[in-house]
Structures are given as C-alpha cells and as structure tokens.
Design a protein around this ligand. Structure first.
Ligand SMILES: Cc1cc2nc3c(=O)[nH]c(=O)nc-3n(C[C@H](O)[C@H](O)[C@H](O)COP(=O)(O)OP(=O)(O)OC[C@H]3O[C@@H](n4cnc5c(N)ncnc54)[C@H](O)[C@@H]3O)c2cc1C
Length: 462
C-alpha cells in the first residue's frame, strides 16, 4: 500500500476535509481534486478501503468484506477499470446445496427442489415484496405513498400477515441475515422494501449471473481503494480518527487526537452509526442524532476455507449452499483456478460465531462444510475468517438494521447537510444503497454539491 501522510505533517488548511477513506470518501476526494480543490481525507483505521478489506488464504487474496459487482454497478466498475482492476465471473456451474430442517437437498438454478405448495408460497411472497418495493422511492422512502404503514411493522410481522410457510420463512431469514445482518423481526418492512428497490428487485438482489453476485475482482475490492488512495498521495492520512468538528460562518475545524485542520467544508462518510463517534459543535439536530443512534449496522461475518482443489466441482456441485442450521448460512466458490486451490467463502451469523475463539470458529465452519460437501471438506489446507462486528470503525455489515418506525422518523436526516458538513457513504445512497456502487455515487454527489457551494463562495455562478 502507498504511504499516506503522517498525522503530524497534515496541512493546516484544505478546501474540503473528508472523514473516512472507504469508497465514498476516496471518490469524493478524487472528484474534488479533479475540479481543482484541495482535499484532505482523514481515516481512523491504519488502512484505506473501509468495508472492503483483503485477506489471504492458501496464498490467495480474498475479500473479507465487499466482494461482488453487478453489471449495472457502473460507478464502481468505471472506477475499478480506471484503477486497472479486472472482474471474474462468480462460479456457479453445477448443483447447489440446500440444508433445510436437517435435510440435505441439491438442485439446479436459483429455485430449490421443494414441495409445489412451498414453491407457490415462496413465489407469492417474492412477488408481493417486489410489487410493494416498486412503490418505494429509494431516495426518499419516507415520502412513498404507504411509507407510514410499511414502517410500522417488521419484516417478520409482514411475513406473518402474508401467511409465509415455515420454509419460506426460513429462506427469508437467510436473506435477512445476509442483506440486513439481522433477523426479520428486527428490521422495518419499509427498510426491507427500500433495499429491494435499491438493489434492482428481489431477483437482481439475489442472483449471480445478471444480478448483484455476478462478478468479483481478481485483485480484490480493497485493491481498487488502495490504488485510488495511492493516486491521491499524501492527501490521504490513515490512523487519524476524527473526534470533533467545529463550524462557524466561515469554515470548519476538524480535530483528530493529535492535530487539527481548517477547511471550508467537510464531508463525513462514516456509516450512520459512526457519526456518533464525532463530537459536532454546534451539535447535530435531534433528528440527525436519532438517525445515528437508531441506524446501527447489521452484523455479518465471513470465513474462507481452502482445499487443495475445488473438489465439489468434480462432484457436480457449484459450491453454493444455503443452510438454516449452524453459524454458516450461505457458501460460495471463490476459487481462483479449477486446478486449485479450492476456496469456499462462508457467510456466518455473528450471534453464534463471533463470541468463540478462532480455533472453535474454524472447527464450526469446517464441520458444517463437511455436512454440506462431504468428507473431503473435513481436510482444509488453510482457513481465515473476519468478524466485522469486532472492529472499532465498522462494527457491522453492508446495511443498517433499521427498526420499525426508525426509517420514517430519522431517514430524512441521512443526507440533510449540517451547515458546512455534508454526508456521504453508502447508507446515504438511494439506488444501490448498501453496495460499493452506492458508496461511490454518494461520494461523487457530495463532491458535486460542495463544488457548487465553493463556486458560489468564489462568486462563480453555479
Ligand atoms: C461482510 C460484507 C460484505 C459485503 N459485500 C458486498 C458486496 O459483495 N458487494 C458490494 O457492493 N458491497 C458489499 N458490502 C458493502 C460495501 O462494503 C459497502 O457498501 C461499501 O464498502 C461502503 O463504503 P463507504 O465508503 O460508504 O463506507 P466504509 O467502507 O464503511 O468507509 C467509511 C470509512 O470511515 C472510517 N471512519 C469511521 N469513523 C471514522 C472517524 N471518526 N474518523 C475517521 N474515519 C472514520 C472507517 O474506518 C471507514 O474506513 C459488504 C460489506 C460487508 C461488511
């Protein structure tokens, strides 16, 4: 990774200070720099990339956080292309495994082999979700026609009302765990519908080919951020958690533990709940404080298990499994090459995973993979996992868990500037919120809005 500037050597002034060096922050800095403005990105961790983070298993680089891009994610794809990063399709040839109610099934395609009554029930629920989601404005879901009604109940209450059968419920729980990092009882129906709409509909949200899980990056997604940060050079400072932002009529002062910098504007790109880690003077309005308190990130962990080769492929399996039992609830094949090593990526439920020591976590995952893929899975050559829940600057997953009533009450504060402070970050996106693409779009949006204000300040008509 390129060397970023030392906190002690920070400049005294930048036109815009940006908090956070994830895709939102780096994209904002990139755009503002290209428009001729001076920027400084302050990142609390010792690395850039935020929820994109590279790990290594059996000598292969893997995505501990964000992995996939859809063909429709043009903002992150354009950025990645500029940074010289290339995609590879998500492997999905062969039969998938479904472990439900202690029984193992295998099936082709996205629809598992279940009883016709269950399939009809599942189809009806999915259709209803898509229909309701189509009424939601992803930029302002709280202003959608039936917003109050949808925000008054949880996803689970809605599944009850729709008479979802046990299997449909089990599948929707798995969807809830991977998309919102929580149980269906914890999340507002309005927020669920917003995500489905923002992710291009239920099928696009869950599909591999032609959907959100279409492709991944050979170089890893963090590498895109690392290269972008390198192009910004010493305008990116790591190990610089921002603790306080003061503002008056003329500008802002941003404080880290050991330094302070003056700026005309600031962009805060932290996940909504991490706005609480910054002391604002003047204080945020009550609704903005409520947003930060109530839009906590969902919880999601990931494990990667490496084998000498992708042995499941020889058995006609895709490496994709869905299970309702144990810590692992979904797996994917992320092997770099058919010759090996074979790598299975497993999404794990932090509630029954993170509290265990590493060796127990490994044992839990390997045991479950053995149930899913047979005895060969009991002999991995390497293992790595990452518990996002345990990190100081990102305790969570891709999306916030917005409880009933909190979407309508606090959502409008997502993007409302606080004087000279603008907000970005994937949570503030409309379309593609919760994805890297959403993050890039919000960084660009905040940059354009601030550039327009700077033009007005300098007497140039916007
Ligand atoms: C397990 C997991 C899997 C995911 N899978 C996918 C996927 O397959 N595809 C996809 O598109 N997306 C995926 N995502 C979501 C994706 O990672 C995010 O949408 C995106 O990376 C968010 O970027 P961001 O810049 O908005 O926020 P972040 O990446 O969270 O960046 C915010 C930055 O702010 C920093 N920060 C916080 N507080 C402070 C402070 N006080 N001072 C200074 N810095 C601070 C943080 O350290 C962080 O670096 C996944 C996320 C997770 C966790």
């Amino acid at each position: 990774m390129s060397k970023s500037r030392d906190v002690a050597a920070m400049p005294a002034y930048a036109d815009v200070v940006i908090v956070g060096a994830g895709f939102a922050g780096l994209s904002a800095a990139d755009r503002l720099s290209s428009l001729g403005h001076s920027v400084l990105v302050l990142e609390g961790r010792d690395r850039v990339g935020g929820r994109s983070f590279t790990g290594e298993v059996a000598g292969v680089k893997v995505d501990l956080g964000a992995t996939w891009v859809s063909k429709r994610h043009s903002a992150i794809r354009n950025l990645a292309e500029r940074m010289g990063c290339t995609t590879t399709p998500q492997f999905s040839q062969g039969r998938n495994v479904l472990w439900l109610a202690k029984r193992r099934h295998t099936y082709n395609g996205t629809i598992p082999k279940l009883s016709p009554a269950t399939l009809v029930n599942m189809g009806r629920i999915q259709l209803a979700l898509d229909k309701l989601a189509s009424t939601i404005n992803p930029d302002a879901p709280w202003a959608s026609p039936r917003a109050a009604e949808f925000d008054a109940i949880s996803f689970e209450e809605w599944l009850d009302r729709k008479r979802a059968r046990a299997t449909t419920r089990a599948m929707m729980t798995i969807v809830s765990k991977v998309e919102w990092g929580c149980q269906p009882s914890d999340v507002s129906l309005l927020h669920v519908l917003r995500t489905i709409r923002a992710f291009g509909g239920f099928d696009h949200m869950l599909d591999n080919e032609g959907g959100m899980q279409d492709e991944r990056y050979r170089e890893t997604t963090q590498e895109i951020a690392v290269r972008l940060a390198a192009s910004l050079g010493d305008r990116v400072v790591t190990d610089a958690p921002v603790r306080r932002i003061e503002q008056d009529d003329t500008g802002v002062t941003v404080f880290t533990d050991t330094a302070q910098v003056e700026a005309t504007y600031a962009i805060v790109t932290t996940a909504t709940e991490h706005r609480l880690g910054i002391d604002f003077e003047p204080a945020l309005p009550e609704v903005a404080q409520g947003l930060a308190r109530s839009w906590g990130l969902g919880k999601l962990s990931k494990a990667f298990v490496a084998y000498d080769r992708p042995f499941w492929r020889t058995n006609g399996l895709s490496g994709e499994a869905v299970t309702d039992t144990g810590a692992v609830f979904i797996t994917y094949d992320v092997s770099p090459d058919p010759a090996g090593p074979g790598i299975l990526m497993a999404f794990c439920d932090p509630r029954v995973f993170d509290t265990h020591p590493p060796e127990v976590r490994r044992e839990m995952v390997v045991r479950q993979l053995t149930d899913l893929y047979g005895p060969h899975a009991a002999n991995p050559i390497d293992y790595i996992d990452h518990c996002w829940n345990l990190e100081p600057f990102a305790p969570g997953g891709p999306n916030p868990v917005v409880a009933p009533h909190a979407a309508l009450r606090y959502g409008p504060a997502l993007t409302e500037p606080h004087g000279r402070i603008h907000w970005a970050g994937t949570e503030t996106a409309g379309e593609w919120t919760g994805s890297m693409n959403g993050a890039v779009l919000t960084g660009l949006r905040a940059a354009e809005r601030i550039a327009a204000r700077l033009r007005v300040d300098h007497g140039v008509l916007a």
